[in-house]
Design a protein around this ligand. Structure first.
Ligand SMILES: [Zn+2]
Length: 277
């Protein structure tokens, strides 16, 4: 037994990534099927200063697994999400004029289709610098942003958009639903893939959503990744690579029903799904 343990330790030292095991973040099944292995890489959007040495920068594995029970494609959380989305986070959504246009069109479409008005509450998860909520606010609809990165949330607050600087999860959803009326619309654009504990996140949405409320999620679809060999979309900020099969499974596990899907062309082929309690 001692001998066996020594061999395992030796393998870990020789190749830290080979001896590594993880369980599915949705169904807890042990993952054994490798989807792809891109070696290792430093974290993205974490830029070095001129005083930092690139040779000593930490690298983390980019090994992707697929669950053979729920088919969720995923990488492990090698670096804590709070370290990735920290105060130095440098992605500001408003820098992209095409993304702003897409956001404005989304707001027009959703208010027309679902008749949101001044009595409605729209909550955006990962609201960044208020790039989207500003258009709901223009229509006199109450908005609340939830955004973990201080750098972007400050800009949103300067636009007059109420923003909670925190990670969204079940605990926060319980607190919010005690203190405020529930959300008529919850939206998350390119956030679902960034969430390490996807079950907790989806449970939180269910708690915060009003009866007959609507959720929209935009995310890059797994089939696009495969068809167009979008290997550069695999990085440490993206913990999950989503398909409708898995999204439907995860949402229905908390009682949310998927009732519409649209294909849109932003971010190299993204799908929006619309769920309701
Ligand atoms: Zn699974």
């Amino acid at each position: 037994m001692l001998f066996q343990k020594k061999i395992e330790n030796y393998q870990i030292l020789k190749n830290p990534f080979k001896a590594y095991r993880m369980n599915c973040r949705h169904c807890n099944n042990e993952l054994s099927i490798e989807f792809t292995d891109l070696g290792s890489s430093p974290p993205s959007n974490s830029y070095l200063t001129k005083y930092e040495d690139k040779h000593t920068e930490d690298s983390y594995p980019l090994k992707v697994f697929v669950c053979d029970k729920c088919f969720l494609v995923q990488i492990d959380e090698h670096k804590n999400a709070s370290e990735i989305f920290d105060e130095n986070y440098a992605y500001f959504s408003s820098y992209s004029s095409s993304w702003l246009l897409h956001s404005k069109e989304y707001v027009d479409y959703m208010t027309d289709r679902f008749n949101f008005n001044s009595h409605s509450l729209v909550v955006e998860l990962a609201s960044n610098d208020g790039y989207l909520l500003q258009y709901f606010k223009e229509k006199n609809i109450s908005v609340l942003g939830i955004e973990p990165t201080h750098s972007t949330a400050i800009v949103a607050k300067e636009k007059g958009i109420e923003t909670i600087v925190d990670f969204f999860n079940e605990k926060l959803a319980i607190e919010l639903s005690r203190n405020q009326k529930k959300a008529n619309l919850i939206l998350g654009n390119n956030v679902l893939a960034h969430v390490p504990d996807i079950n907790d996140f989806v449970k939180g949405m269910k708690i915060l959503l009003a009866k007959d409320g609507i959720i929209t999620m935009e995310f890059p679809h797994l089939c696009q990744l495969i068809d167009q060999t979008q290997f550069d979309t695999i990085y440490h900020e993206h913990f999950s690579y989503l398909s409708f099969t898995t999204v439907k499974t995860i949402f229905s596990s908390v009682g949310l029903e998927l009732f519409d899907v649209q294909e849109i062309s932003t971010h190299g082929g993204v799908f929006k799904d619309i769920c309701q309690t």
